[in-house]
Design a protein around this ligand. Structure first.
Ligand code: HEM
Length: 479
C-alpha cells in the first residue's frame, strides 16, 4: 500500500534498489538545481524520488506547505534528519513528540522580546568590530571574501548573547570550529545523497574514509561546544550573571545557556549534561550559520543593485543616523522600513534554510495525492519562494514586494524563510534584529559592489544556502 501510494505521485524513473540516487549530482549547486528547478519544472509542486529503497516526497505549493507546517500532527523530523544526529543529537531542531514540546516550552522565555532588547549592545559592538576588520582588509585587498567574515561576526554574537562567553573569532581569525562546521555540513550532505547514505552509522563512521574524516571534524565541533559549556558553568556557579538595563529597570539577562544550566541545577528540568550539550550544539549552529548566510546574501543583493536599492537604503540610514557613529537601537530599527523590505526580499531570493524535512505522522492529502503515514517530506522553501503566481519575475530583486499594500492578500505560506506554525524558528526575532544591526552598521560605513565577471555567484544546497566559492565583494568607504 505504502509503495503504491508513493508511486502514484509523479517523479523520475527509478532503478531497482538504488532508486534515483545515481541521478543526484554530488555538488551543492547541482543538487539545488535538480530538486528546486529541474524536477519541480518537470513534475510540478509535488514529486517523489527514491533514495535507494526510501522514498522522499518534495512539496513546494503554499497550500501543501500550510497543511504540514500549520499542523500539530506532523511535527516530527524525517529519517534524513537522522544523518544529523551524530552532530546535533536530539536538541530542539531534531527532537520530536513530547521531548520537543517540553524543551520548546523551557527555551521560549530565552527569546522573549525584553530579553532581546538587552542584546543590542552585543549586536552593535560586534558589528563595529566587523567594520574595523573590513577597514583593515581593504587597505591592501581589492576584493574581500565577506562570507568567512560574517560567519565569525555571527559566531561571536551567538556565543556572547546566548552562551555568555566571548570567543573573539573576528579578531582571532583562525577558527577551527567554523572550518570544521563547514566540512561537517558538506560531508553530511554528500553522504545523504550518495551510496554512503545507504550504510548504517556504525559502518560509515568506522569503515569508510569519508566517515572517518567526518568523525574527525565532529570531534573538533564537539570539543569546542563542550569548552563553551564548561566555561559558562564555572561562571554560573560563581553566581556572576550579567545585568542589563531594560525599560522596566535593571533586569537579569539570562543567557540561553544559563537558563539550561540553572534549570538543571534547580531540578526544574531533567536535562542531563549530554542534553545540554546537544542544545548548545544546535543553537550554536542554527544561531550563527543561518544569520551569516542571511547577511552575506543581503550584501550580495546590495552589491548587485548599487544605484537603486543600495543608495535608497543608505539615504534612509542617513536620515535616521546622519553622520554620527552612534549605535543602533530597537527604536531606530522601527524607522528603517525600506531596509526591512530589502532584507525580506533577500530572504525570499536566498532563503538561508532552503529545505525543511518532516515525517508525515498520519495519511495526508497533498495536491490531490494521498501521502501515506511515515513518508519523508522535503518542504522546498527555495522553490516555494520562486512561485510566479505569488512572486512574478521571481529571479528579480524587488523589495517593493514587501511593502504593506503588496503583502495584503498574499497567502502567508507562500513566504516562510523562518518556517511557520508550531515548529517555526525560535530565534526569528533575534535573527532579524541581529541582521538589521549588522547590515545597517556596514552600509552606514561602506559602499558594496561586485566585479561583473564574478556573476552570478552560485548558490549551493547544503543545510544552509551558501555561496559556492565564497562572496568576493568590492568595498569602498563612504566617508
Ligand atoms: C536569518 C536567520 C535564520 C533563519 C532564516 C532561520 C530559519 C529557520 C527555519 C526555516 C527553521 C525550521 C527548520 C526545520 O523545521 O527544520 C528554524 C528552526 C530553528 N531555528 Fe532558526 N533561523 C534563523 C536564525 C536562528 C537563530 C539566530 C537561532 C537561535 C538563536 C535559531 C534557532 C532555531 C532553532 C533552535 C530551530 C528549531 C526550532 C524547533 O524545531 O522548535 N534560528 N530556523
Amino acid at each position: 500500500y505504502f509503495f503504491q501510494q508513493i508511486d502514484n505521485i509523479p517523479g523520475p524513473l527509478k532503478l531497482p534498489f538504488l532508486g534515483n540516487i545515481l541521478a543526484l549530482p554530488r555538488d551543492g549547486p547541482g543538487l539545488l538545481q535538480i530538486f528546486n528547478v529541474k524536477w519541480t519544472r518537470a513534475y510540478g509542486h509535488i514529486y517523489r524520488f527514491w533514495r535507494g529503497m526510501f522514498p522522499i516526497v518534495n512539496i513546494s505549493s503554499p497550500s501543501d506547505v500550510e497543511a504540514i507546517l500549520a499542523s500539530q500532527v506532523h511535527i516530527n523530523k524525517s529519517v534524513t534528519g537522522a544523518f544529523l544526529l551524530p552532530w546535533l543529537g536530539d536538541g530542539l531542531l531534531l527532537s520530536g513528540g513530547n521531548k520537543w514540546r517540553k524543551d520548546r516550552k523551557l527555551l521560549t522565555p530565552a527569546f522573549h522580546f525584553q530579553i532581546l532588547d538587552g542584546f543590542f549592545d552585543v549586536f552593535n559592538r560586534n558589528s563595529q568590530i566587523f567594520v574595523e576588520q573590513i577597514s583593515k582588509r581593504i587597505l591592501d585587498e581589492n576584493e574581500v571574501d565577506i562570507y568567512p567574515m560574517t560567519s565569525r561576526c555571527t559566531l561571536d554574537i551567538i556565543c556572547e548573547a546566548a552562551m555568555g562567553i566571548q570567543i573573539n573569532a573576528q579578531v582571532n581569525y583562525d577558527s577551527e570550529y567554523i572550518n570544521a562546521i563547514d566540512r561537517v555540513e558538506s560531508m553530511i550532505q554528500g553522504r545523504v545523497n550518495s551510496l554512503l547514505g545507504l550504510l548504517p552509522d556504525w559502518i560509515y563512521f568506522q569503515f569508510t574514509p569519508h566517515g572517518r574524516e567526518c568523525q574527525t571534524y565532529l570531534d573538533i565541533v564537539h570539543s569546542f561546544t563542550r569548552k563553551v559549556v564548561v566555561a559558562r558553568k564555572t561562571i554560573v556557579n560563581q553566581q556572576v550573571v550579567d545585568e542589563v538595563e531594560c525599560d522596566s529597570g535593571p533586569k537579569k539577562r539570562r543567557a540561553f545557556l544559563d537558563l539550561l544550566l540553572e534549570s538543571a541545577r534547580n531540578g526544574e528540568s531533567d536535562m542531563s549534561e549530554a542534553d545540554i550539550i546537544n542544545q548548545v550544539d544546535t543553537f550554536m549552529f542554527e544561531g550563527h550559520d543561518t544569520t551569516s548566510a542571511a547577511v552575506t546574501w543581503f550584501l550580495y543583493c546590495m552589491a548587485t543593485h548599487p544605484a537603486e536599492q543600495q543608495d535608497r537604503v543608505y539615504e534612509e540610514l542617513y536620515e535616521c543616523f546622519g553622520d554620527s557613529d552612534r549605535p543602533c537601537s530597537l527604536e531606530d530599527l522601527s524607522k528603517l522600513k525600506y531596509l526591512e523590505c530589502c532584507i525580506k526580499e533577500s530572504l525570499r531570493r536566498h532563503p538561508p534554510v532552503p529545505l525543511i524535512r518532516r515525517r508525515v505522522n498520519e495519511d495526508v492529502r497533498l495536491s490531490g495525492f494521498n501521502v501515506p503515514a511515515d513518508t519523508s517530506l522535503g518542504i522546498q522553501i527555495y522553490a516555494l519562494h520562486r512561485n510566479e503566481e505569488f512572486f512574478p519575475d521571481p529571479e528579480a530583486f524587488k523589495p517593493e514586494r514587501f511593502q504593506p499594500d503588496q503583502v495584503i492578500g498574499r497567502n502567508p505560506f507562500a513566504y516562510v524563510p523562518f518556517s511557520a506554525g508550531p515548529r517555526n524558528c525560535i530565534g526569528q526575532k533575534f535573527a532579524m534584529y541581529e541582521d538589521k544591526v549588522i547590515v545597517s552598521t556596514l552600509l552606514r560605513q561602506f559602499r558594496f559592489g561586485i566585479d561583473v565577471h564574478r556573476l552570478p555567484i552560485k548558490e549551493s544546497l547544503n543545510m544552509i544556502l551558501k555561496p559556492e566559492g565564497g562572496m568576493p565583494l568590492l568595498i569602498a568607504p563612504r566617508r
